[in-house]
Design a protein around this ligand. Structure first.
Ligand code: ADP
Ligand code: MG
Length: 151
């Protein structure tokens, strides 16, 4: 399986990669984000939201688990860090299968509830300004999407 790796030198560069994805992603898509605190998951989501045409400021939904935004498509921003039980059913499927685009921070915490096909993104802290971003498209739709954007 092909994966895509980038080193970004600033939050803006991370934002830009996400922005490009947000511009072209189609409905009923799921993007998972993994990375330690401060890695840049929310920064990525902000760029993604902007690309998707969301005007409202996107911030970390840590205390609410799911936040919904209006864009070219609905954006569901989930942060499942505080989900107590990995099988706790908060209706995730409804979001994953809906018309919108779902971004899930800390997705591995609900591993068994995730769809089989998704775009998996890992962000690794290198130093204060640098991050390594690894995108793994799982499924044909996501492979085509990455090919289109990153050639
Ligand atoms: P998380 O949601 O993973 O906890 P945030 O996006 O909230 O992380 O925070 C990332 C922090 O790191 C921000 O303050 C951002 O400005 C900073 N930062 C510095 N360099 C980068 C980079 N290359 N990519 C993303 N964020 C960066
Ligand atoms: Mg965050």
């Amino acid at each position: 399986m092909r994966q895509y790796e980038f080193i970004t030198q600033s939050a803006d560069e991370t934002f830009d990669i996400a922005y490009k994805l947000g511009q072209v992603i189609s409905g009923s898509s799921v993007v998972t984000l993994e990375g330690d605190l401060g890695a840049g998951k929310t920064t990525f989501t902000k760029g993604f939201a902007k690309g998707l045409g969301v005007v409202k400021n996107v911030n970390s939904p840590t205390f609410t688990i799911i936040k919904e935004y209006k864009g070219r498509l609905p954006l569901y921003h989930m942060d499942v860090y505080r989900v107590e039980d990995e099988f706790e059913d908060l209706g995730f499927h409804e979001y994953f299968e809906g018309d919108g685009v779902t971004v899930v921070e800390w997705a591995h915490l609900i591993q068994d509830q995730l769809p089989h096909e998704l775009l998996s993104i890992n962000i690794y802290y290198i130093n204060n300004n640098e991050r390594k971003i690894i995108l793994k498209p799982i499924g044909n739709k996501y492979e085509m999407l990455c090919k289109e954007i990153f050639i």
